[in-house]
Design a protein around this ligand. Structure first.
Ligand code: ADP
Ligand code: MG
Length: 626
């Protein structure tokens, strides 16, 4: 067996493990199931990747998002480590090939979404693999007490039965004690084994601003800040609006949300990473897998639904260990809106069944069919048809997803398709024209065969490369050719797609357990309350409010949050005033004049000191009370 250190050095080029990584890896190598609760950026991936590389066999990685899998697999491949993932829309042939490679020991890491564990086809193949480790990324998804429950995660316990010799390595960045215990229970840990560090991030300054006018407040705030940052907003519309307002103030920024094409999103992220753009104004679509070390501030415009989400997002700041800010801007309305959003987040069972029925109708899927069929959805239109509020539909689909009936994919690449509508003779005439469209058409003809009779998948990116121009221009050119009836161009769609995870049932047979409705409602309510408390509280160390929530017991205040700063300021002011009075008795007017502090601050400080009986008035003269 190669030593973990030598593997780290060989593939990653790092010289040493971080202390907690080492502990997790040691446990895993001794075949002890282990749960690692480490903050974002701690390097959790290595905690399962290195043990897997130390031993023979395949490591199955359960991960919640295609984007995350894609990212990690690519990083492993770049290091020369064989890794694969099974994704939506993969052809059965390719899937076959990938699974076989795992059985024959040619692949080291196989990334799977938890839903895949319910497929008989995949299950039979998994049983034939030599699995050394089962890695469960974002393990909090397995618990209904977590903030991101995915019942399909529960199937990992079955995987454990199919691979009885495999050791489990579960990792997550957020967990309360209750979730921590639940994860180990659900995964059938052979014995309790948790490696946990404090979630305290000493370099992050937490602050909360209650302000009715958030936009001017944030603009003012930004003008006193340096470096790059993220502003999180729940709504796409407001995301765009704020970005516009910031630009008016000459603040460099771009907005980012799931309504933007994957290609554009990637470019926006790249520009930010390279510091061409200073600030990303984003919904929570921006986040997973972001690894920019020098994020100097994370601002929240309004409140997220839970302290778990808040801490995860705020934790993207200051990964380099240098000072960074986490600032929350909220008003009464935000609190009110979140509370009323609760009703949309948990629609009635009847409504959920209606939405399911609506999806089946839209795709024209019969009962007993439809597994893996994708339905592009424009929520606005679709909800109008069903006569429901778009938010209701959005959350009903989420609950169907949580229940394992459907899954949603934001980034399905449907691919563009093209067919030529005219006879070859007519085309010859167009080709002679010598304009952009004719050049484009001739490249298409050279690159794709069979395009006269059938729709053929085309790749605008490749055509753009051949013609040495931008993708946008190619798309525009094809649009023009379509308008003139030369081609039929089915442009790639970026609509989110809803897939049937299992064959369609009659909507009355859907099982929607209490666990995912009533119990989740209660969990969500208490999470929301904790979030609100964190935001409005101003008499406690803000860092500690979060730490207590995550069941830590900090011994002292953090000295690095808005509360602690105010507190130390007032200590500082108190000592200053007392020193002034000590050195010579003064009356109020003289003292105000002598003090370096602003007039109002001096007066309020004196008032406080008198209230607390630390100074008294002797006639007009102020004295220290002895
Ligand atoms: P997490 O999943 O905990 O948020 P990642 O696994 O994505 O974190 O790792 C975060 C970053 O830390 C990555 O860029 C990774 O290469 C880096 N990293 C991990 N372990 C080490 C180490 N021992 N030394 C230096 N850098 C490390
Ligand atoms: Mg991670």
């Amino acid at each position: 067996m190669n030593s973990p250190e030598s593997i780290l050095k060989k593939y990653w080029g790092f010289t040493s493990f971080r202390p907690d990584q080492k502990k997790v890896i040691d446990e895993a190598i001794q075949n002890n199931d282990v749960l690692a609760l480490l903050p974002t950026g701690a390097g959790k991936s290595i905690c399962f990747q290195i043990p897997a590389l130390c031993k023979s066999g395949v490591c199955i990685v359960i991960s919640p998002l295609i984007a995350l899998m894609n990212d990690q697999v690519n990083q492993l491949l770049k290091k020369g480590i064989k890794a694969e993932y099974i994704y939506t829309g993969m052809s059965p042939k390719k899937m076959d090939y990938v699974l076989d490679a795992c059985i024959y020991g040619k692949t080291k890491f196989l990334y799977l979404s938890p839903e895949r564990l319910n497929s008989i086809f995949i299950r039979e193949r998994l049983k034939r693999m030599k699995i050394n480790f089962i890695a469960v990324d974002e393990a909090h998804c397995i618990s209904q007490w977590g903030h991101d429950f995915r019942p399909a995660y529960r199937s990992v316990a079955k995987l454990r039965e199919w691979a009885p010799n495999a050791t489990i390595i579960a990792v997550t960045a957020t967990a309360t004690k209750r979730v921590e215990n639940d994860i180990q229970l659900q995964l059938n840990f052979r014995f309790q084994n948790v490696i946990k560090t404090s979630f305290k991030r000493t370099n992050i300054f937490f602050e909360s601003h209650h302000t009715e006018n958030k936009i001017p407040s944030i603009i003012h705030y930004l003008k006193h800040l340096k470096g790059s940052g993220i502003i999180y907003i729940r709504s796409r519309k407001i995301c765009e609006l704020l970005s516009k307002e910031l630009k008016k103030e000459k603040i460099s920024c771009e907005y980012y949300h799931a309504g933007i094409s994957p290609e554009d999103r990637k470019n926006i992220e790249e520009r930010w990473k390279k510091d061409i753009t200073r600030i990303i104004v984003a919904t929570n679509a921006f986040g997973m897998g972001i690894d920019k070390p020098d994020v100097r501030f994370v601002i929240h415009f309004g409140l997220p639904n839970s302290l778990e989400e808040y801490c995860q997002e705020a934790g993207r700041g200051g990964r380099d260990g240098k000072p960074s800010k986490a600032a929350l801007f909220f008003n009464k309305n935000d609190i009110h809106n979140l509370q009323s959003l609760m009703n949309y987040r948990f629609p009635k069972r009847k409504v959920i069944r209606t939405v399911y029925q609506g999806l089946a109708n839209k795709a024209q899927i019969a009962i007993g069919a439809g597994e893996n069929v994708g339905i592009p959805i424009e929520v606005e239109k679709f909800s109008k048809k069903l006569n429901l509020h778009p938010l209701t539909v959005h959350y009903a689909i989420k609950i169907l997803e949580t229940s394992g009936y459907v899954f949603v994919s934001e980034d399905v690449n449907t691919g563009s398709k093209l067919k030529i509508l005219q006879e070859r003779k007519e085309i010859e005439g167009i080709l002679k024209k010598n304009d952009f469209q004719s050049e484009l058409l001739s490249v298409v003809l050279r690159s794709y065969t069979g395009i006269f009779n059938n729709y053929v998948k085309i790749n605008e990116g490749k055509i753009a490369q051949v013609m040495n121009t931008a993708i946008k221009k190619i798309q525009k050119g094809l649009d023009i050719l379509e308008r003139t009836n030369v081609v039929d161009y089915k442009k790639k769609i970026f609509l989110p797609q809803v897939f049937f995870a299992v064959n369609r049932l009659s909507s009355k047979d859907l099982i929607l357990p209490k666990e995912i409705l009533e119990s989740r409602y209660e969990v969500a309510k208490s999470q929301l309350n904790a979030m609100i408390k964190f935001a409005v509280e101003n008499k406690k160390c803000r860092t500690n409010i979060a730490l207590f929530y995550f069941d830590e017991t900090p011994k002292s205040d953090c000295n690095n949050c808005d509360y602690c700063l105010r507190n130390s300021d007032s200590n500082h002011n108190e000592n200053y005033i007392i020193e002034l009075i000590k050195s010579n008795p003064l009356d109020l007017a003289q003292l105000v004049k002598k003090s370096n502090l602003p007039r109002t601050e001096t007066i309020s400080e004196i008032r406080r000191l008198m209230d607390e009986n630390k100074i008294t008035r002797d006639g007009m003269v102020l004295r220290i009370k002895s």
